[in-house]
Design a binder for this molecule. Structure first.
Ligand code: GLN
Length: 230
């Protein structure tokens, strides 16, 4: 009934550490995704509570009924559309190959024979690596979060990592990780906000309306510029 609806607090799955989309500063969660979902919720009059977790746990947690929605730099893919409904796209991304700065050997996935490729569990980067590992003859190692994956290449335990372009470009600009992006983007994709398939049509409508409103009133641009500059 209406009273329940009004008091309902939607649980929002977010990645633990995924700047500029989500990250913790002191006790506070910040980032493009965090600001977007807070602003959408305010605009559409619903309450939310953040549940930060490893990215790979988000869709399983939605399926287990532990989350109502997710905003986590999550790419819209046909595979995921089998289990979640996505909002309209809100950000353009795509995968990049990343190597140690002094590496001149690796430029494309054709250069990965015998190499070790670091990816994050449950991501489009992991799927891309798994699909190409046999064909190109490389080994895949998986991590729970992006910083651990970056670390593995920085310290030379892995040769390459695969990460979303906006995320790795931001990380490299913020801090010298000893890493560099090589070659063209491996694909193009778009981020969407996810709700469990077929069960949250009303919520999804609100999210889409809110997103549209934020694009119209300039708040979307304001949020993105706050983290990425003009
Ligand atoms: N965009 C990628 C995906 O959807 C990575 C997301 C993430 O690591 N938070 O799989």
């Amino acid at each position: 009934n209406n009273a329940d609806e009004k008091d309902k607090v939607y649980k929002v799955g977010v990645d633990t550490t995924y700047p500029p989309f989500e990250f913790k500063e002191g006790d506070e969660y910040k980032g493009i995704d965090i600001d977007l979902i807070n602003t959408i919720a305010k605009d559409q009059g619903f309450k939310i509570e953040l549940s930060p977790m490893d990215f790979g746990g988000i869709i399983p947690a939605m399926q287990a009924g532990e989350l109502d929605l997710a905003i986590a730099g999550m790419s819209i893919t046909d595979d995921r559309k089998k289990v979640v409904d996505f909002s309209k796209p809100y950000f353009e991304a795509g995968l990049s190959l990343v190597v140690k700065k002094n590496n001149t050997e690796i430029k494309t996935i054709k250069d990965l024979k015998g190499k070790t490729v670091a990816v994050k569990k449950g991501t489009t980067g992991a799927t891309f690596a798994q699909k190409n590992a046999k064909i190109e003859g490389f080994k895949v190692v998986q991590f729970n979060d992006s910083p651990s994956m970056f670390q593995e290449v920085s310290n030379g335990n892995a040769d390459v990592l695969i990460e979303d372009y906006p995320v790795i470009a931001y990380a490299i600009a913020q801090k010298d990780l000893g890493l560099t992006i090589v070659g063209d983007r491996l694909n193009g994709d778009q981020y969407g906000i996810a709700v469990l398939k077929g069960e949250n049509k009303e919520l999804l409508d609100k999210i889409n309306k809110g997103l549209q409103e934020l694009k119209k009133n300039g708040k979307y641009e304001e949020i993105v510029n706050k983290y990425l500059g003009e």
